[in-house]
Design a protein around this ligand. Structure first.
Ligand code: TF8
Length: 347
């Protein structure tokens, strides 16, 4: 105890760090309702895409909403381009409580919760509106709620979008054209199976490694929605885009359960509302970009191949076994419910 002052200063610094890192302070008198010394929280939200992408715009809307409605009691810090890690690493950080928020595609969530394979079945959602209805309805909610078991709080579905194929080798217009193509996929069994069924060689890897893998020819191609292909400049390393629309890819905005449980209830409410307000904006921006940017890909020098309904059907037929293969693994009840609901909404 040579230097009491130093120890006190250290303790103070440490408690400041704790507050800064959003851990719940143990002060006892800083709960909701006390005005002078209200606890402050920091949400670090990380994504894999860059700051041009509608996903980041959605996070900006979330930040704005939450900081305003919490009257400054929450600060939201945004990180893009895998600055905090890839989708799986960030989810793990959320589980540990060392990061507060992320927004992966549903595909990598399956490494934590298999039920999410349901939404990545090929050619599942016939329109974004039907996707919205199911994701925002009871089935979508049930899956979000299930994430709690894994230490995650699923807040809302945002939109990544319909995924399309790009590659550097062939102007693909039929499954036969894909024979032997090395395609990077997300880390998800359904996606792997789908690309095997098409005769391609799927290689799963995190998004952050993809650009370099294409540049160096480790893979011939990949698949992602139009805004990603355009905004991540995949045209620099890919020649052809085939508008396969083979799967609709939702995002899930999620929070660390450890962090969420430590928030006063009024702030939990603000976070939940912010996720929904931002969802609606994010989807609108994403859909506008999706429409505009297909031509943008041509302007950037890519060959864009549109498929006739017959050609698209050939992709669907070639991969119809995927649904059957995964029905039981996902849970036949969940899959059947989703298929029945799509059927109902389509009529
Ligand atoms: C992929 C996904 C990603 C997103 C993003 C990194 O291809 O579409 O773009 O999950 O969060 O990995």
């Amino acid at each position: 105890m040579r230097n009491m002052k130093k120890i006190v200063a250290l303790m103070l610094a440490f408690s400041l760090v704790l507050v800064g890192c959003t851990s719940k302070s143990t002060g006892g008198n800083t709960g909701p309702g006390t005005s002078a010394e209200q606890e402050k929280f920091v949400i670090r939200a990380g994504i894999g895409l860059n700051d041009q992408h509608p996903q980041f715009k959605g996070l900006e809307v979330f930040k704005e909403y939450v900081e305003r409605e919490s009257e400054g009691r929450i600060e939201v810090q945004l990180f893009h381009s895998s600055q905090l890690g890839d989708d799986i690493q960030m989810m793990e950080a959320l589980q540990l409580g060392s990061q507060e928020m992320t927004c992966p595609s549903t595909a990598p969530i399956t490494s934590i919760d298999k039920r999410f394979m349901a939404f990545d079945l090929p050619f599942l959602f016939p329109s974004p509106q039907i996707a919205d209805a199911i994701l925002d309805g009871p089935i979508g909610q049930e899956l979000l709620d299930g994430l709690q078991e894994s230490g995650l709080v699923g807040l809302a579905y945002w939109e990544n979008g319909y995924r399309h194929l790009t590659n550097n080798k062939v102007a693909v217009s039929s499954p036969a054209d894909m024979t032997g193509l090395k395609i990077r996929t997300m880390e998800n069994q359904v996606h792997l199976d789908f690309f095997r069924a098409l005769g391609a060689q799927p290689t799963p890897m995190p998004f952050g490694e993809l650009f370099t893998a294409m540049q160096q020819g480790v893979v011939d191609g990949q698949e992602n929605p139009v805004p990603t292909i355009y905004l991540q400049n995949f045209n620099e390393v890919q020649k052809y885009t085939t508008l396969t629309g083979h799967v609709y890819s939702p995002f899930v905005l999620m929070m660390s359960k450890i962090f969420y449980d430590g928030l006063p209830t009024d702030l939990q409410e603000v976070v939940r509302e912010g996720a929904i307000v931002a969802r609606d904006e994010q989807r609108a921006i994403n859909r506008a970009y999706t429409e505009e940017l297909a031509d943008g890909l041509r302007e950037k020098g890519m060959t864009v191949i549109e498929l006739t309904p017959e050609q698209q059907l050939a992709f669907q037929t070639a991969t119809s076994s995927t649904v059957e293969k995964f029905r039981n693994e996902i849970g036949a009840e969940t899959v059947n419910k989703i298929l029945a609901e799509i059927e109902r909404l389509s009529n």
